[in-house]
Design a protein around this ligand. Structure first.
Ligand SMILES: [Zn+2]
Length: 307
């Protein structure tokens, strides 16, 4: 982390110093709860011992085994982790420190957040992205809402962790503190977004088997499930038709409505088709079920991971 240049030019105060934000031990001493994450190498690929292949995990996936979210890392624990993984990125657990981070993912999300109102607070930037750090009111749920707001570029994060200051993104951009201010109470609109009932996809794994993203489909339709019409170029003139083909095949394989819905909601291209996919997809499944013969139960055949 020696290559960090603090972004303090925007402040007049010569004493302004953000460097401690980039030291996870000092973050822990200040009341944050840091956990070590994967780090990217110079090529933007995984540089950690876990050899992550999914770009979404590079620089972001926890290095600790499952259950890390229940830890309350002390400065001593953080110091040990840092000597073990000196190049690690650092996430900050949100729930134990009562944080609510508004994540503006792209210019429209940032514009919407600014329009709705952002009390001045600790702010971290990474390229186009902004993380505004707020305090979560005690009566607000410790939850996560992603792709929220009209822009669908707002993430309201009060559970799990956020990639913290000083961390290096696989793009080469670093998460930098751009406003060093006390952490303010969260604005009411963000708390309201947090209270909105989540879609199943945003709520995390559903209590069903097989889990989201797993459907017994032919390899061709697995590709369609994963990539939409691009999974079988030229065959489907629209995303709606690609979606319906997947639904018909999943119904024929004996999957339940909940399994099909969960698998579809786990795919970004489906979530991006229209708002409230959890509302308009079930009628599509019902339509397919009314006109499709179930071949056999899905449990009796090999279930293939497409996630
Ligand atoms: Zn990794």
């Amino acid at each position: 982390m020696s290559s960090i240049t603090p972004l303090h030019e925007h402040r007049q105060d010569p004493k302004f110093d953000t460097r401690w934000y980039y030291n996870p031990v000092q973050l822990a001493e200040a009341g944050f709860f840091p956990i070590p994450l994967c780090w990217p190498n110079n090529a933007g690929a995984c540089g950690c011992p876990k050899k992550h292949q999914d770009p979404k995990e590079v620089g972001k996936a926890p290095l600790l085994p499952g259950g890390y979210q229940h830890l309350r890392p002390t400065p001593q624990m953080v110091a040990r982790w840092r000597s073990r993984w000196p190049r690690a990125n650092w996430g900050l657990l949100l729930e134990p420190s009562g944080l609510l981070v508004i994540d503006g993912d792209g210019p429209e999300g940032i514009a919407e957040a600014q329009e709705r109102g952002l009390p001045p607070t600790l702010t971290v930037a990474r390229g186009e992205r902004r993380h505004w750090y707020y305090r979560r009111p005690e009566d607000a749920p410790a939850a996560r809402r992603t792709k929220a707001g009209e822009s669908r570029q707002l993430d309201i994060l009060a559970a799990g962790y956020v990639v913290g200051p000083g961390s290096l993104h696989r793009s080469g951009e670093r998460y930098m503190v751009v406003e060093q201010l006390p952490i303010a109470p969260a604005p009411a609109w963000a708390v309201e977004l947090l209270r909105v009932k989540p879609t199943p996809a945003a709520a995390g794994p559903l209590p069903i088997l097989p889990p989201p993203g797993y459907l017994n489909l032919s390899p061709r339709l697995q590709a369609v499930l994963r990539y939409g019409p691009d999974g079988d170029p030229g065959r489907y003139p629209s995303r709606s038709e690609a979606l319906y083909a997947v639904i018909v095949a999943a119904v024929a394989s004996g999957h339940s409505d909940a399994e099909i819905l969960a698998a579809l909601l786990s795919q970004a291209w489906v979530r991006d088709m229209r708002r409230h996919p959890e509302r308009w997809i079930p009628p599509q499944i019902a339509k397919a079920r009314a006109s499709t013969t179930v071949r056999r139960p899905a449990r009796s055949v090999k279930v293939v991971c497409i996630g």
